[in-house]
Design a protein around this ligand. Structure first.
Ligand SMILES: Nc1ncnc2c1ncn2[C@@H]1O[C@H](COP(=O)(O)OP(=O)(O)OP(=O)(O)O)[C@@H](O)[C@H]1O
Ligand SMILES: [Mg+2]
Length: 1005
């Protein structure tokens, strides 16, 4: 616990707690319990005003909601607002009527107990609106099944119908509820609204016949006239103009701009269809509504006997028609009274005044009982026929306190009702709260509060209370009037009241009229006025007593349920938005007992929680209790609050609960929880995300493995197929190879084709590129013949290509080489070496030949020239000469001199040596006198020169390749010899025999 890290964490929680607290308090405080000056009424009002001016109409006192009527649409009842408040902890969001509704709903669901929401406040403070908002909230946010939508819709739509018949425009409220309403919404175990039940209290019947200046009768009359279809009005004998009806025009405001009767009519008509009203029901219902209007228009006249008569029976006829009674019977009942004397009945006429009283009594009775019928009818449509256990949330929207200068009997009842409810609130909050501290063993100094029990007692106490006195006065024989009642009251309670109490308390409908109504053919009236009632001679309980009884049963209903309270406040008398009437509000705050409530809340503990629940919620704030605390919850809570730093004055530990004195402590804890929740959420999220990712990863991996396996399988199968195929091929190949030499048969057919193809394809790359390239791809045995043929073709082709590619010049050269070959091949050493030395056209340029010689030879074309060494025939002296060959002759030239000309016909032969020397002897005929003798020459280009000469001379066997020696003519008849020999070095010399010895180096080959 003491580690540094934890200290930091604890500090952080504290810091956060305070930050959020100030943020909450920006517009006043949203819970009065947080007010510093909580005993000051002014501070209370200031806070209310501050918030009201920012359109924050809701403020809590602990769990009680104070609501100030904004008299304007604030946009705080949207769907998203409803969603916002759904399932959220009460104090986590700004105060709202939805929070109250949601809290009651959650508690009901979790604890399976019954609840009620008591909405109180004076007329126009917004009670009905609040109850409607709550109903809507349930309709929207509760779970729902298709089959139960009807039940939900009926709950919702019962409202406009009841409002049409039970609400009216008053000076205080354009839509004032003139009856009390308690509505149970029933939920099944899943929290689905499945049905409902409505109890109505004391509808203000007097309004049917009389309205104060500026007020209206019940909405339904105006709606019918304004919105009703022509045929309906004709059927009811009504005109559209409400001014024509006495019951509608006394308040002089039949047409009211703030009320849209036409639209409301549509809403109500639609609602009727939803809540299961038949056409017949509606006909009867509007028959009654219309007959009330007709009743109001009946005028009485005094006849000569001083009795009432009806000069114009037009209205009577309509009423008779609509209510299904005989017109004359009705007429008689309105103007006469049956008096029962012992055995006989005496009928005596009524005075003008009493007739009018009878008429109004009938109107009130008819309307009042019809309203009760309406409630019952709605109840029968709301009833859930499944009798399994249900829990309920009751909504009590009772008429608000009204304080007039002149307070009638109704006001008396209404205010009595409010006192009773206030009493309930006191019982349930102030008293119960203090009792709880005692039970839990918390030290406590009782708070003084005004207990209005004495007021309630004043009204309802048996024998002594106002109602008892009133009842007594009503049944007292002799003349009893309000005045006598007043005297009685003076006597008994020393209080002060007004007229009409007796009459209204008696609510007398003459028996005669009752009889008429009991015989009505209108089905609704039949249900409302039972014949049995006529037979019952016992006096009916008075209105006051009835009301007292119904209130006490209401309180019984409420006491068995868990309460939530909404206190509505009216900000001004003028129904104006944004107007905050201090005086008016101060008054309401006072009589609603809000200050006392606040005091008890403050002096006490704002919140209490069972240890288990507290620990469960906040255990994440302390490492010792998170995530689980295994000891007793009380100790866990103690450890927890010590850790988060509650100060001793902030809390007390009771027997089963922790009591937290200030809401701010709880808010702060809540905020810290919120903060830690974020951290926890982040952690959970991270873990969860990790988990998800891992799951995804594992799935992906699995998928990858599966894919891989399949792919590998596919590959392997492919490979196997390929191998199988290869095996077949190889096998076929081997078989083919084995049988390759057999004649073509299926066993070797493919092999042979393959070998052929392969060889041919291979051959492509090995075809010889030149004629000289003798290489050739070795063929397989079976293709030898083909290969030979191909080779030949190829060679031929190459040769042909070669031949085509040869130029004329080269051809000549080649031809010369051929001639050379014919002459020398195999005969003279050096021949082979000379082969690759191309022949030149000439070895002497024309420029190197002396011009004189050229001139001499001009008639002959020089074919070839080569420098030579000439050997003297006698002494073998050497001379440099040129050998020039023309078409006709060979010339031995010395510079400008032609030394010897040998015409080709005179040329007898040419000798060379078989050894590798350049000796060349041109033989001439010895008889030729022109010639000096044979010419001995030595030429470097011996093969070339001899070939050229041979080709020019064109004689067969011209060239002789001599072995050993040769003979020549020195001069005619005189021969010389040239001896050829080999030696280590080349030498040419005249030997001692006078012969020319030519020594050549022996060539290797
Ligand atoms: N929350 C609200 N938002 C806007 N307008 C409201 C709100 N509450 C009440 N009002 C206005 O105030 C008028 C009177 O409210 P409502 O009928 O609920 O009063 P009430 O307390 O039921 O009075 P009564 O006791 O006469 O029936 C409504 O018709 C409506 O115009
Ligand atoms: Mg109301």
């Amino acid at each position: 616990m003491g580690s540094k890290k934890e200290e930091v964490r604890r500090k952080h929680i504290r810091l956060h707690m305070e930050g959020a607290l100030t943020a909450r308090d920006k517009v006043g405080v949203q819970d009065f319990v947080l007010l510093d000056a909580y005993t000051s009424e002014s501070a209370f009002l200031d806070n209310l005003r501050k918030r009201f001016s920012e359109n924050l109409i809701y403020t809590y006192i602990g769990s009680l909601l104070v609501s100030v009527n904004p008299y304007q649409e604030l946009g705080i009842y949207t769907l998203s607002q409803m969603e916002l408040y759904q399932g959220v902890n009460f104090f986590e969001l700004p105060p709202h009527v939805y929070a109250i509704a949601d809290n009651a709903y959650r508690m009901m669901c979790s604890e399976l107990n019954n609840h009620f929401i008591l909405i109180s406040g004076e007329s126009g403070a917004g009670k009905t609106e609040a109850s409607k908002k709550i109903l809507q909230y349930f309709a929207v946010t509760c779970p729902m099944t298709e089959s139960l939508q009807v039940a939900r819709d009926r709950l919702l739509f019962s409202n406009p119908v009841l409002e049409a018949f039970g609400n009216a425009k008053t000076l205080r409220n354009d839509n004032s509820s003139r009856f009390g309403k308690y509505m149970d919404i029933q939920f099944d175990f899943k929290g689905i609204p499945v049905g409902g039940h409505i109890i109505s209290y004391l509808i203000e019947k007097s309004r049917v016949v009389y309205q104060n200046q500026g007020e209206r009768n019940f909405h339904i009359f105006y709606q019918l006239l304004e919105g009703g279809e022509e045929e309906l009005l004709a059927y009811l004998g009504l005109e559209r103009d409400p001014q024509l009806y006495k019951y509608l025009s006394q308040g002089r405001c039949a047409k009211e701009s703030s009320v849209n009767d036409k639209n409301d009519w549509k809403t109500v008509s639609n609602a009727f269809s939803v809540i299961d009203f038949t056409k017949d029901d509606l006909e009867n219902l509007f028959g009654i509504v219309a007959s009330v209007l007709h009743l109001g228009n009946i005028c009485f006249e005094e006849n000569q006997q001083g009795c009432a008569s009806v000069p114009d029976t037009h209205e009577i006829k309509w009423i008779a028609k609509l209510l299904g009674v005989h017109p004359w019977v009705l007429l008689e009942a309105l103007t006469h009274r049956k008096i029962e004397a012992k055995t006989e009945e005496v009928i005596c006429p009524l005075t003008l005044e009493l007739s009018a009283y009878a008429r109004d009594a009938m109107a009130k009775a008819v309307y009042g009982r019809t309203f009760t019928w309406l409630v019952n009818k709605i109840n029968s449509s709301l009833v859930n026929k499944d009798f399994t256990g249900k829990t309920v949330i009751g909504l009590l929207d009772i008429y608000g306190f009204e304080v007039f200068d002149k307070n009638g009997f109704e006001q008396f009842c209404i205010n009595y009702c409010n006192e009773k409810l206030q009493q309930l609130l006191i019982e349930r909050t102030l008293k119960a709260e203090q009792a709880e501290y005692e039970m839990e063993g918390i030290e406590w100094e009782p708070i003084q509060y005004f207990n209005n029990k004495i007021i309630c007692d004043l009204v309802e106490e048996r024998h002594k209370g106002i109602i008892s006195i009133l009842d007594e006065e009503c049944i007292r024989p002799g003349p009893a009037t309000d005045l006598s009642f007043l005297e009685r009251l003076e006597e008994r309670v020393g209080k002060h009241a007004h007229f009409e109490f007796l009459e209204k308390n008696n609510d007398l409908l003459y028996r005669h009229l009752k009889e008429v109504l009991c015989r009505s053919k209108n089905r609704i009236l039949k249900e409302c006025f039972l014949v049995a009632e006529l037979e019952n001679r016992r006096r009916a309980p008075t209105v006051g007593t009835q009301f007292k009884n119904s209130l006490s049963s209401l309180l019984e209903i409420l006491i068995s349920k868990e309460p939530s309270y909404i206190r509505c406040i009216k900000p001004n008398e003028r129904k104006e938005p944004s107007k905050f009437d201090d005086f008016l509000i101060r008054h309401q705050v006072k009589y609603l007992g809000l200050m006392e409530h606040l005091r008890v809340r403050r002096a006490g503990f704002a919140y209490r929680r069972k240890y288990e629940h507290f620990l469960q919620r906040y255990k994440s704030l302390c490492p010792d209790t998170w995530p689980h605390w295994h000891g007793p919850p009380e100790e866990g809570v103690e450890r927890l609050i010590k850790y988060i730093g509650y100060k001793p004055e902030e809390y007390k530990l009771g027997r089963t609960k922790i009591f937290i004195r200030f809401p701010r402590t709880l808010f702060a804890t809540e905020d810290a929880f919120e903060f830690s929740k974020h951290q926890l959420v982040a952690r959970i999220q991270a873990t969860y995300k990790g988990c998800l990712e891992r799951r995804v990863y594992v799935r992906k991996r699995q998928a990858a493995i599966t894919l891989e396996a399949h792919w590998r399988g596919a590959l392997a199968r492919k490979e196997a197929k390929r191998r199988k195929w290869a095996v077949q091929i190889v096998r076929k190949f081997i078989k083919g190879f084995i049988n390759r030499n057999k004649p073509l048969c299926p066993d070797n057919e493919e092999f042979i084709v393959f070998v052929r193809k392969n060889y041919i394809l291979n051959l492509r790359y090995h075809v010889p590129k030149s004629v000289l390239d003798k290489s050739w791809l070795r063929p397989p045995g079976i293709l030898e013949t083909a290969s030979d043929l191909l080779r030949k073709m190829c060679t031929r082709n190459l040769v042909r290509k070669y031949c085509r590619g040869i130029t004329a010049e080269r051809r000549t050269l080649m031809q010369e080489k051929v001639v050379t070959s014919e002459i020398f091949r195999g005969k003279k050493e050096g021949y082979a070496e000379s082969l690759n030395q191309p022949f030149a056209n000439s070895r002497i340029d024309e420029g190197d030949i002396n011009p004189k010689v050229l001139q001499l030879l001009s008639s002959e074309k020089i074919q070839y020239g080569v420098p030579v060494i000439k050997y003297d025939r006698k002494g073998f002296k050497t001379r440099q000469r040129q050998l020039i060959l023309t078409q006709k002759a060979a010339y031995v030239v010395e510079l400008a001199k032609i030394k010897q000309k040998i015409e080709y016909p005179a040329l007898k032969g040419v000798s060379t040596s078989s050894l590798s020397n350049g000796i060349l002897v041109i033989h001439v005929s010895p008889a030729d006198i022109k010639q000096k003798g044979d010419v001995i020459l030595q030429c470097e280009h011996i093969f070339e020169a001899v070939t050229k000469l041979a080709m020019l001379v064109k004689k067969e066997n011209l060239i002789n390749v001599a072995q050993g020696s040769l003979q020549f003519y020195i001069s005619p008849g005189k021969e010389g010899t040239i001896v050829f020999d080999t030696g280590p070095e080349e030498q040419i010399y005249k030997d001692k025999n006078g012969q020319l010895t030519v020594v050549s180096i022996r060539m290797k080959s």
